[in-house]
Design a protein around this ligand. Structure first.
Ligand SMILES: NC(=O)c1ccc[n+]([C@@H]2O[C@H](COP(=O)([O-])OP(=O)(O)OC[C@H]3O[C@@H](n4cnc5c(N)ncnc54)[C@H](O)[C@@H]3O)[C@@H](O)[C@H]2O)c1
Length: 249
């Protein structure tokens, strides 16, 4: 139980990897706030059935009022905020297409969720973490930024932005005892995204890895727990790539 009683918000926890993060953090003793535009009650119920504590909050991370309410509801229920996992993103349903075919509105939507969402959620939790003199923020990036994946330029660009955001925020918040790191998964079989990628591209992802197997959401949980826990207490501003050695940095 490396996270006993820690209060951890996970955005985008309604399905896919975010759901696995929520369950994995709860298994380490964390009290989990599962936030999503999707209904997070099933995840919350699953955590409680396993003996943990959870709160489900409806939240669109691109809307400032929603992110403020997320922090307020977390504090009302649990009284503190130890960690924020910025996992929500426009990803699984996002169509892959050449950059000339991406509608300008879609570019803006991706930036609003994948980048403004981090900005707003981090601002919402900062006052509580500052008052505590301690906190952890983990931002979810992607190996696509390290590879330069084609036909996905808005997504890849946003995930590069996550690395820049992480470094700058870590510098600003370090003096308050708040650590900020990023976790970059490789292509992971997370459900929705599997419909959105060709078999050829899936095979290429697998074959280009040092470790020759598919990546599953559970492969990411150990690294997330490490980043949230005191095991990484002297680490900030860093990005850990967990992709079976598909890329190096
Ligand atoms: N699966 C992969 O191969 C992979 C690889 C690298 C990085 N990632 C990243 O990991 C994270 C999770 O990926 P996934 O595969 O589970 O994706 P997914 O698309 O299945 O899940 C994303 C979740 O975010 C939620 N979400 C979307 N917009 C939101 C908004 N405005 N407010 C709140 N929630 C919102 C969705 O409802 C969904 O539950 C994402 O940040 C993704 O970019 C995934």
């Amino acid at each position: 139980m490396r996270l006993s009683d820690r209060v951890v918000i996970v955005t985008g926890a309604g399905r896919g990897i975010g759901r696995a993060y929520a369950l994995g953090l709860a298994a380490e003793g964390a009290r989990v706030v599962a936030a999503d535009v999707l209904d997070c009650k099933p995840v919350g119920t699953e955590i409680e059935t396993r003996g943990g504590q959870a709160l489900a909050v409806a939240c669109d991370v691109s809307r400032e009022a929603d992110t403020q309410r997320l922090a307020t509801e977390t504090l009302a229920r649990f009284g503190r905020i130890d960690a924020l996992v910025n996992n929500a993103a426009l990803y699984g349903n996002l169509k892959r297409r050449p950059f000339m075919e991406i509608p300008v509105e879609e570019w803006d939507q991706v930036m609003a969720v994948n980048l403004r969402g981090l900005f707003l959620c981090s601002r919402a939790v900062f006052p509580a973490m500052k008052a505590q003199g301690k906190g952890v923020i983990v931002n979810i990036s992607s190996s696509t930024f390290f590879k330069g994946v084609p036909d996905y330029i808005h997504y890849t660009t946003s995930k590069g932005g996550v690395v820049g955001f992480t470094r700058s925020l870590a510098r600003e918040l370090g003096p308050h005892g708040i650590r900020v790191n990023a976790l970059a998964p490789g292509f992971t079989l997370s459900g929705e995204n599997e419909k959105n990628i060709s078999e050829e591209r899936k095979r290429f992802n697998l074959e280009s890895r040092m470790l020759k197997r598919a990546e599953m959401p559970e492969d990411l949980v150990g690294t997330l727990v490490y980043l949230v826990s005191d095991d990484s207490a002297f680490m900030s501003g860093q990005t850990l790539l967990v992709d079976g050695g598909g890329s190096v940095h």
